[in-house]
Design a binder for this molecule. Structure first.
Ligand code: PSU
Ligand code: MN
Length: 303
């Protein structure tokens, strides 16, 4: 149940679904404001919500509008966010400042998880989580500690291919985050089905995932269950080719001195340019697929 004293505005359909204990799937919004170009961003956000609904769950896109934390956006609010002239990229550390100063922006995986959990939501779908950057091992996404301390179920396609995947997987292990391959034995590589890195756990159905989440809850463990879903085969990119484009993109960011919060959006945008839009098409496909799988898991959890 959402705590009425929290400064969260929960959309009526989301509040109703939570009150009735019906399945709800949280969706992040940094990918709308910073991960995808316009006008694709708004189309993708809308379609992710539509897929969650079609699969029998209620979507709750999380964002900040003029300092107000929104858990679930109306179509008008989603449009406003997608067209915001200078939206903020709001991660965990940015929340107090963004609320106090009335900012509008997209919430990252870390911030979305924190807010959705406070609203009473337990399942969350995204594309690729943040992690440890290549050539910048000191740049570790706030997504990782947030996963370690927020007992949700996060559905993703692994970590973004622009990252150092072996180091990201090691960091998840250190943080005690259970990483479960969904119908796979290896860590997916965002736009490719496999990074080749083996995973310690696998689940083959929404029911299998729900059983692991229930065990986590009974044990009282604090970390999210990270469910890693490979992109559908028809949409995937060849990992060796992606890898080459990623290396070139990372080198370009280094040359241009791009770092910190600007790094991930820069890498995603340049990778799309370098791959002739192929990485963008794959990014969309995996977001839709993850939304679908998350809705199935949310339903299995509730039953
Ligand atoms: N997944 C995508 N596109 C994105 C992101 C994830 O398919 O743009 C965003 C998420 O919001 C994630 C953020 O939390 O990138 C990570 O940014 P950083 O590396 O600065 O923590
Ligand atoms: Mn970072």
């Amino acid at each position: 149940m959402p705590n009425p004293n929290l400064p969260l505005t929960v959309a009526p359909q989301v509040a109703e679904a939570l009150a009735r204990r019906q399945p709800v799937v949280a969706l992040e919004s940094a990918l709308i404001t910073h991960g995808l170009p316009r006008p694709v961003n708004q189309q993708v956000a809308r379609q992710m919500e539509a897929i969650v609904r079609a699969e029998g769950a209620t979507p709750a896109t999380v964002a900040l509008l003029a300092g107000e934390v929104k858990v679930g956006l109306s179509p008008q609010e989603l449009e406003r966010l997608a067209h915001e002239p200078e939206p903020a990229k709001i991660s965990q550390r940015d929340l107090p400042v963004a609320v106090a100063q009335g900012r509008s922006g997209g919430t990252t995986v870390a911030a979305t998880m924190t807010l959705a959990y406070r609203a009473g939501i337990r399942v969350f779908a995204t594309g690729g989580i943040g992690g440890v950057h290549r050539s910048h091992p000191e740049d570790v996404s706030a997504d990782l500690p947030a996963l370690a301390t927020t007992p949700m179920l996060v559905v993703c396609a692994g970590a973004k291919a622009i990252l150092d995947l072996p180091r990201t997987l090691e960091a998840l292990e250190t943080l005690g985050v259970p990483v479960v391959g969904y119908q796979t034995d290896t860590f997916p590589a965002f736009t490719s089905r496999s990074s080749g890195l083996p995973l310690a756990a696998r689940a083959d159905s929404p029911q299998d995932v729900a059983a692991i989440a229930r065990a986590r809850n009974r044990l009282g463990l604090p970390a999210s269950l990270l469910v890693c879903v490979p992109i559908p085969s028809d949409d995937e990119m060849v990992w060796a080719e992606t890898h080459a484009a990623v290396e070139a993109t990372v080198a370009e960011a280094d040359e241009r001195g791009i770092s910190g919060r600007d790094l991930t959006p820069f890498l995603l945008a340049r990778l799309a340019d370098r791959t002739g839009g192929e990485s963008l098409a794959a990014n969309k496909a995996l977001l839709f697929h993850n939304s679908r799988v998350a809705a199935h898991i949310a339903r299995a959890l509730d039953s």
